[in-house]
Design a protein around this ligand. Structure first.
Ligand code: C5P
Length: 228
C-alpha cells in the first residue's frame, strides 16, 4: 500500500510532446512518449493527490482517477497550465515543449513551388511554460525536468535558477536504454537548501519506481518549505 502523503494536495503534471502546426496537415514535434509524466501522475494519484495531467498528443491511457486535459501546441499547454496553476500546490513540468513554432502556419496545405528546390520555414520562440508559472504571484511548488546530453549538473542547476524552480530532475538522454520512449529512466535531483546546493541520484529503475522516488524527495522538500 502507498502512503497517502499527497492527500489534500492538487498536483499538475505536464507530459508528452507539443505539436506545432506548419499547415493543416503537417507539424513539428519531438520524440517524447509521455511515459515519465504519466507515471508521475499515476503515482501522485495513488498517494492521494488530485491530479491534473496536461498532455500533448500521446498514445497512453489516462491513469485511473486522473483528470486529463489534452492540448496540441505549446501555447495551448501554457493556457491550460496557467488556468489550473491557480488552485495547485505542486506543478511538475515533464513535457517536452517545442522550443520553436512556425511563425505563420499556412491556412491551406503547402504546395511545392515549381522550379524551386527548397522551402524556408520561419520559426519563433515558444513561451517557457514552467518559467511563466513559476513567476505567477501565488505559484505552486515547481519541479522541472532537464534532458541533457552533457554537463548534466551545470545545465540542470542553471535551469533550476533561471526558470525559478524549487527542484529539477536531470537525466542523461544518451544513457543506453534509458529516457525517451523507454520504460526505464534514471535521474539526479537538484535543489537549493537555503544557500546550499543539494543533490540526490536515483538509480536506474522503471519509470513507475522512479516516479515514486521523485515524489518522496519532492514531498520532503515541499513540507520543509511549507512549514516556514
Ligand atoms: O530548457 P529546457 O527545455 O531543457 O527545460 C526543460 C524544463 O522546462 C522541463 O521541465 C520542461 O517541461 C520545461 N519547459 C517548459 N516550456 C518550454 C520549454 C521547457 O515548460 N517552452
Amino acid at each position: 500500500t502507498q502512503p497517502e502523503d499527497f492527500a489534500q494536495r492538487t498536483v499538475i503534471v505536464t507530459a508528452g510532446p507539443t505539436v506545432e502546426a506548419i499547415d493543416p496537415v503537417r507539424y513539428l514535434t519531438n520524440k517524447s512518449s509521455g511515459k515519465m509524466g504519466f507515471a508521475l501522475a499515476e503515482a501522485a494519484r495513488a498517494r492521494g493527490a488530485r491530479v491534473i495531467l496536461i498532455a500533448g498528443p500521446v498514445t497512453l491511457d489516462t491513469p485511473s482517477g486522473v483528470e486529463r486535459v489534452n492540448v496540441q501546441s505549446a501555447r495551448d499547454m501554457l493556457d491550460a497550465a496557467c488556468r489550473y496553476a491557480i488552485d495547485a500546490d505542486i506543478f511538475i513540468g515533464c513535457a517536452a515543449v517545442a522550443d520553436y513554432r512556425v511563425a505563420t502556419p499556412a491556412e491551406h496545405k503547402l504546395k511545392k513551388t515549381p522550379g524551386s528546390t527548397g522551402l524556408t520555414l520561419e520559426l519563433v520562440e515558444n513561451p517557457d511554460i514552467i518559467a511563466t508559472v513559476a513567476a505567477l504571484p501565488a505559484r505552486p511548488f515547481m519541479v522541472g525536468f532537464a534532458a541533457e546530453t552533457r554537463e548534466l549538473e551545470r545545465f540542470a542547476t542553471d535551469k533550476l535558477a533561471r526558470k525559478g524552480l524549487d527542484m529539477i530532475a536531470a537525466n542523461d538522454v544518451l544513457a543506453p536504454d534509458l529516457g525517451f520512449g523507454s520504460d526505464h529512466n534514471a535521474v539526479t535531483l537538484y535543489w537549493q537548501d537555503g544557500d546550499s546546493p543539494r543533490h540526490e541520484a536515483l538509480p536506474p529503475a522503471t519509470k513507475r519506481t522512479l516516479a515514486h522516488g521523485i515524489l518522496s524527495r519532492l514531498m520532503a522538500n515541499f513540507s520543509a518549505k511549507a512549514s516556514f
